[in-house]
Design a protein around this ligand. Sequence first.
Ligand code: ZN
Ligand code: ZN
Length: 202
Amino acid sequence: MEAVRDDPVIQTTQTGSHGRYVLDIDDIITFPDIGHIPVFPPKPGESWYILTEIVADISLGRPVFRVEDKLEGNYWVVAFYTDNDVEDARDCVPGSLLCIKNGRPKQFLDGRYGFRIDDPSTVLVLPCTMAKLREINNSLRERSDAGLLLTCVACNTPVKQGCVRCKTRYCSQACQKRDWPNHKPVCKVLKKLHEWNRTDWG
Ligand SMILES: [Zn+2]
Ligand SMILES: [Zn+2]
């Protein structure tokens, strides 16, 4: 029996499994761009993520950010209207990704177009750019395609257990230490990609 996760975003569209990484950032159903946001609300157990990159902090009183859509050259505004807006937006710095679960754009009173965040649980900030996310995603897919997902990321020795947090595998402390400078900045991003991919399912 598979455990039911609280965030089965990939359930209907992709089939990541133990040892396989198939996540496609360009899948327009799971990660819609400006032109492909679903018309209907998500069904129970389904969700989508709007991936945007923060290009500027334009806060005026409350936290407001100018973001670039996954489709380059298209810009939105994201405004926080949560109870603890400043705290909820603390990780929102230019060059990071602001991912909005089941986001649906609206027009603000001043005519700008974008997303109003009322529930902090619908936003996720990843400390990397869109280009970096694609790079990490591609490299996980390449390792998976080459049958190396279950091996030490530093030397490709098969390893039974991955890190519980981000699934990365190391055969020894020496390899882990050697890879730490590469790994440290992307650990949180890896963790989220594996959750989206459901790599440990069945
Ligand atoms: Zn190793
Ligand atoms: Zn890690």
